[in-house]
Design a protein around this ligand. Structure first.
Ligand code: MF3
Ligand code: CO
Length: 277
């Protein structure tokens, strides 16, 4: 069998470096709590963006998404946050669009503090959402929670991906395959890439000190996605809903630690998320 070897550069962070990352992550969590009362019908997406930009500025933090450009063929990302409504999967540009009752809106927030990056996403329900939307949010939260429960030294990324895929697909949903989680630390995107699908017992073996995100994108219908002409916004191919939750995590001796605790900062009960170990 031919085995292709890919060289990764995975940094292992010390407990004190992880403490520093927690400060960046907690700022991200506070931003989600700040937005919560404003995520309601009539609010413009660019108002939400401005509130987070002001919070980061007042805390002396940087905005790692702003101006981000994965390749020269992509325009710089114009926002501090991403705001993805309904059939938008990820990377929605926060513009003048107003939220409407019944929308779901995924807000993705990054912050750089003391040279360390925190990255997380939370999908809010705007007012009263349909039972269909509510179920998608709940199952997507369950996917992230189950994935986090797999994270511990000696476990593998395939265990993480499989946990997500099993829950999403057993509910008839599609897991987006083209985009994944990622190492995060000094930079927003580092090795390794984290698939939200996979096979238990396969993939990279986790070690204490690894820091990465898990950010499942779960579609109500087809897992297929398309890119809009703005160069950023990804949408579902069938126009059905998509949801996403994301945390930045550190692998610890006994399991893992969530570095972006929006579930605590927002007093979240719908998708209670606890680390393994
Ligand atoms: N959590 C998202 C990601 O890892 C946020 C990226 S927004 C971008 O892809 F603008 F920076 F691309
Ligand atoms: Co991310």
């Amino acid at each position: 069998m031919l085995r292709l070897t890919w060289f990764f550069m995975i940094e292992l962070r010390s407990p004190s470096e992880i403490e520093s990352m927690k400060r960046a992550g907690d700022l991200v969590a506070r931003a989600f709590a700040l937005l919560r009362p404003h995520v309601r019908a009539g609010t413009r997406l660019d108002e939400l963006d401005r509130m987070v930009a002001e919070l980061l500025r007042s805390e002396g933090a940087g905005a790692p998404y702003k101006g981000y450009r994965p390749s020269p063929s992509v325009p710089p990302f114009p926002g501090t946050v991403c705001a993805s409504v309904n059939e938008q999967v990820v990377h929605g540009i926060p513009g003048p669009r107003k939220l409407r009752d019944g929308d779901i809106v995924g807000i993705d927030i990054g912050a750089t503090l003391g040279g360390w990056v925190g990255d997380a996403c939370y999908t809010y329900a705007v007012g009263d959402v349909s039972p269909r939307a509510r179920k998608l949010l709940d199952v997507t939260g369950e996917c992230l929670e189950a994935a986090i429960a797999e994270v511990a030294p000696g476990k593998r990324l395939g265990d993480v991906g499989a946990a997500i895929q099993e829950i999403a697909e057993s509910n008839g949903y599609g897991v987006v395959k083209e985009l994944g989680g990622h190492g995060v630390g000094r930079k927003l995107h580092e090795d390794p890439h984290v698939n939200h699908f996979g096979k238990r017992g396969h993939g990279l073996r986790l070690r204490e000190g690894m820091t990465f995100t898990i950010e499942p994108m779960v579609n109500e219908g087809t897992p297929e996605i398309e890119l809009l002409r703005d160069g950023w916004t990804m949408v579902t191919r069938d126009g059905k809903l998509s949801a996403q939750y994301e945390h930045t995590l550190a692998v610890t001796r006994g399991g893992c630690e969530i570095l972006t605790p929006w579930h605590l900062r927002m007093d979240e009960t719908a998708a209670p998320i606890a680390p393994a170990g």
